[in-house]
Design a protein around this ligand. Structure first.
Ligand code: BGC
Length: 706
C-alpha cells in the first residue's frame, strides 16, 4: 500500500521546526481505515484530534538507506476527517556522534497511505503543511515548544523523487511508554537549584501538569546524579544539551515531549513560572515493548538491588536498538556492549525480534572488507574491533540457543562468513588475529594509567575471539547443512596457533578467555591459576567489558563457585555491589563512576546507565539458579543449582517457549531445600546425584557444605 504514495516535504522548510503534514478528507462515519506511515525523522499521527497508536518515536532506528521501517495502524473514521502527521528530526536528521553533518538531510518528509472503503489516499500534492508548536527537537539536545507562536501559515508540499525500495514493515516491537514514576523529593541544592528526584534513573521524559499565564517559560535540564556537594551535575552528558523548553499560552496544560527522549533521574527547573508542586511531575519510562521473561529474587537485599538495576539497565537501553547509554551524546548501537549482554538480555526479556531486526541492519551496514562497524546503525564511526565485531556471530548464536530460532542463523550466515574471512584476510599472522585497532578489555581495571584499555594484550583477545567465533560459525553452518570443512580446519589451526603463541596468561581476562573459549589443554591447572590470581589481586575483579561477563563462569565451571560468590557479593570497590553503596539505580559504565571519596571518575566518559556489566545476571540464572540450556530453545535442559548461604534463598524463573522454568533453593541451617518446576524433560543435578525428570514440580533436599 505505502508504495503507492510519494514522499512529500514542505516547500521552504526551516531546518529546526517540526512540521505538520495535513490532509482533510471525507468518509462514511464509522468507516474502518488502515493507515501506513513513515517519516524522514520521527513522527506521530493525530486523527480527528486523537493520537493514533500507542507507539512513540516511530519509525524507530534502522539503516534507513536500505531498511526504512513504516508502521501500519487501524483507525475509525468520521464523516469529516483531518489527519496530522508531525515530524521531528529523530535519528534520521539529528546530528549523532560520528555522523557527517554535511550529509544530514535538512528537510522533513513523510510518506503515508490511508485506505478505507474503496479509497486510497496517498501523500501527494493534495497534502499541505503547517509549522507545529515544536520549534526544535533533536535526539541529544531535547525539545523546545512554543504555544504562543503563530502557526497558521499554510505551505504547499513537494513530491520527492526517491526510491521506495527500502521501505519495510516494522520488524521490531513498538517503542511505548511504560512505568510512570512520581517524584521522591524536591531538593533545594547548595547552589540554590530546584531539583526534582524521581528516585530511579530511566530513559524517557517528564510529564508536567501546569497552569500558566501567556508567555510563561519553563526550562528543565536532565541529570543522572548529583555531585559530591549535592548540586545538579550535567558534565557527563558532554555536548548533549538534554533540555526541555516550553513557552506557554494561558491555561492548564499537560506537557511532555513528543519527538525525543532523555536518560535521567533528576530534573532541574531552570525556569518555572509557579512554585513547583511535585505532584504535578511524572517521569515516564520509554522503551521497546518487550515481553518480560525472566525473574530473579533472593534473600540478599543488595543482590536484589543489583538485579533490579540490571533490568533497568536493559529497559533504558533497549529503545528500538541496543544502545550503550541513553543520556550523553552517544546513545548508539555499540556492538560490543550488545555482544556481552545478549545472553542476559535474552533471559530477562524476549528479545528475538528486537535482535533479528538489529542484526539485519548489521548485515546491511557491514563493510565491503567484512568488518562490522562499531555502531549499528552506522554513524560512520570506525569498524573492525575484536569482541565488538563478534556480535555478528555471538548474538545470532545466543538467539538460537535461547529461542531455538533457526531463521536468525540463516539471516546472518553470510554476514558471519564475511566477518570471519575479514579476519583471515586482514591479520598480520596466519591463524591468529594480530594487528588492527581494538578496544581490548575496554575499561578493565588493570588499565595502565591514562588508558581506557585493560592490560590484556590486544592480539591475545582478538585471536581468542577469532577462535571462538570460528567455532560457533562452524556449528551454525552445520545446523544449516552447509559444508563447513574449510572453517573446521581453520578452527583447528587457530586453536593450534593460539596455544603455541600464548602459553602464558598475564591478566584475569587472558585466563578467562583462554578457559571459556576452550583454548588450553590443562584447563584445571589454568582455572586454579586464575583462582589464585583473583585471590592474589585481593579477591577483586580487574576485568573490563571483555573479561567481566565470563569471570564468574570461568571460576564456577572448575569448582570455584564460592569464589564467584565472593566476587558477586563484594561490596567494596571494585565490585558489582559497590555502585549500590553509592546509590546506583542502574548499571554504571565504570566500576568507579563515583569513587570512594564521592568524586566522579571523569566527566568525559562516565555514564551511570550502561547495561554491559549487568551481564552478570546470566551467571545467576545459569549457575546460582543452575538453569542451563543443553539443546537450543530449552529443548533439553540441565538444572544444577549452586546454593550459597549468604543469599539465604534464591528463585530464578524463565518463561521458555514450553512454559515456566523455576529453580528455587533455600538454605536453613545446614539443610538445603530445592523446588524445581520444569516445563520440559530435564536433568536435575543436586550434588553428585543426577535425576532425569519429566515436566512437573520436584522437591529435593541436600546438605550445605561451606
Ligand atoms: C561507549 C561504549 C563502547 C565504547 C567502545 C564508548 O564510548 O559508550 O560502551 O563500547 O565506546 O570503545
Amino acid at each position: 500500500m505505502i508504495k503507492s504514495a510519494k514522499w512529500i516535504s514542505p516547500n521552504e522548510a526551516a531546518e529546526d521546526i517540526c512540521y505538520e503534514f495535513r490532509r482533510d478528507f471525507k468518509a462514511a462515519d464509522g468507516a474502518k481505515a488502515i493507515i501506513e506511515v513513515t517519516a524522514m525523522g520521527v513522527y506521530d499521527i493525530i486523527l480527528n484530534g486523537e493520537k493514533i497508536g500507542e507507539n512513540v518515536l516511530a519509525p524507530g532506528w534502522t539503516s534507513y538507506e536500505t531498511r526504512h521501517q513504516y508502521q501500519r495502524y487501524s483507525a475509525v473514521l468520521h464523516e469529516h476527517n483531518s489527519i496530522v502527521i508531525t515530524v521531528g528530526k529523530g535519528w534520521y536528521r539529528s546530528p549523532l556522534m560520528g555522523s557527517n553533518i554535511e550529509k544530514i538531510k535538512k528537510v522533513p518528509a513523510v510518506i503515508a497511505t490511508i485506505k478505507f472503503e474503496n479509497n486510497l489516499i496517498c501523500t501527494d500534492k493534495d497534502w499541505y503543511c503547517k509549522e507545529s508548536n515544536i520549534r526544535f527537537s533533536e535526539i541529544y539536545d531535547g525539545e523546545k515548544v512554543d504555544f504562543t507562536v503563530d502557526t497558521s501559515k499554510i505551505f504547499s508540499v513537494t513530491q520527492l523523487d526517491v526510491s521506495l525500495d527500502n521501505l519495510i514493515l516494522q520488524e521490531g516491537e513498538n517503542i511505548t511508554e511504560h512505568e510512570k514514576i512520581k517524584p521522591k523529593a524536591i531538593i533545594n541544592t547548595p547552589k540554590g537549584e530546584t531539583v526534582i528526584d524521581f528516585g530511579q534513573e530511566i530513559t524517557g521524559y517528564v510529564q508536567v501538569e501546569v497552569d500558566t499565564n501567556y508567555g510563561d517559560e519553563i526550562i528543565m535540564s536532565h541529570a543522572e546524579v548529583l555531585d559530591a556537594d549535592g548540586n545538579f551535575y550535567t558534565e557527563n552528558y558532554r555536548a548533549a544539551k538534554a533540555k526541555l523548553n516550553y513557552i506557554c499560552d494561558a491555561g492548564k496544560k499537560v506537557l511532555k515531549p513528543r519527538m525525543t527522549f532523555f536518560g535521567f533521574r533528576y530534573i532541574r527547573l531552570d525556569k518555572y513560572p509557579v512554585k513547583a508542586n511535585i505532584n504535578n511531575f511524572t517521569a515516564i519510562a520509554v522503551y521497546s515493548d518487550l515481553q518480560k521473561t525472566g525473574t530473579i529474587s533472593s534473600g540478599h537485599t543488595m543482590l536484589n538491588k543489583l538485579i533490579k538495576n540490571a533490568f533497568w539497565g536493559q529497559k533504558c537501553n533497549f529503545l528500538d536498538i541496543p544502545t550503550d547509554c541513553p543520556q550523553r551524546n552517544e546513545r548508539l548501537g555499540w556492538t560490543g556492549d550488545a555482544q556481552v549482554f545478549c545472553k542476559t538480555a535474552s533471559y530477562n526479556f524476549n528479545v528475538l525480534n528486537f535482535f533479528k531486526k538489529w542484526l539485519k541492519d548489521m548485515s546491511a551496514e557491514q563493510l565491503k572488507s567484512g568488518a562490522i562497524p562499531h555502531v549499528i546503525p552506522n554513524t560512520e564511526l570506525d569498524a573492525g574491533s575484536a569482541a565488538w565485531d563478534d556480535a555478528a556471530v555471538i548474538i545470532p548464536w545466543q538467539m538460537y540457543m535461547t529461542y531455538g530460532d533457526i531463521e536468525v542463523l540463516e539471516n546472518q550466515f553470510d554476514c558471519m562468513k564475511k566477518y570471519i574471512d575479514f579476519i583471515t584476510n586482514s591479520t598480520h599472522d596466519e591463524f591468529l588475529w594480530t594487528g588492527g585497532n581494538h578496544f581490548g578489555d575496554w575499561l578493565g581495571l588493570d588499565a595502565p594509567v591514562g588508558s581506557y584499555k585493560g592490560s590484556s594484550r590486544d592480539d591475545f583477545i582478538a585471536s581468542a575471539y577469532y577462535a571462538h567465533s570460528t567455532e560457533l560459525f562452524v556449528k551454525i553452518g552445520k545446523i544449516l547443512n552447509k559444508d563447513m570443512s574449510f572453517y573446521e580446519h581453520l578452527y583447528i589451526k587457530i586453536v593450534k596457533a593460539f596455544k603455541e603463541r600464548y602459553s602464558e596468561f598475564f591478566t584475569q581476562t587472558e585466563y578467562i578467555l583462554a578457559l571459556v573459549f576452550g583454548l588450553v589443554d590443562n584447563e584445571k591447572k589454568v582455572a586454579c591459576e586464575l583462582a589464585e590470581k583473583v585471590i592474589l589481586d585481593g579477591t577483586k575483579i580487574q576485568t573490563g567489558f571483555v573479561g567481566t561477563p565470563y569471570i564468574l563462569h570461568a571460576l564456577s565451571d572448575y569448582g570455584y563457585s564460592k569464589l564467584s560468590y565472593d566476587l558477586l557479593l563484594r561490596e567494596k570497590f571494585p565490585s558489582w555491589l559497590y555502585p549500590i553503596t553509592k546509590g546506583a539505580t542502574t548499571i554504571w559504565e565504570h566500576w568507579d563512576g563515583i569513587m570512594e571519596d564521592g568524586l566522579f571518575w571523569s566527566s568525559e566518559m562516565n555514564s551511570f546507565n550502561h547495561y554491559a556489566y549487568g551481564s552478570v545476571l546470566d551467571w545467576i540464572y545459569e549457575v546460582a539458579g543452575g538453569i542451563k540450556i543443553v539443546k537450543p530453545g530449552f529443548d533439553e535442559i540441565i538444572i544444577n543449582p549452586h546454593p550459597d548461604k549468604r543469599l539465604g534463598w534464591l528463585t530464578v524463573n524463565i518463561k521458555t517457549r514450553y512454559g515456566e522454568l523455576v529453580s528455587f533453593w533455600e538454605v536453613v541451617d545446614d539443610e538445603i531445600r530445592y523446588e524445581i518446576t520444569t516445563p520440559t524433560k530435564a536433568t536435575i543435578v543436586i550434588g553428585d546425584v543426577k535425576t532425569v525428570v519429566n515436566p512437573g514440580k520436584y522437591i529435593f533436599f541436600g546438605k550445605y557444605k561451606d
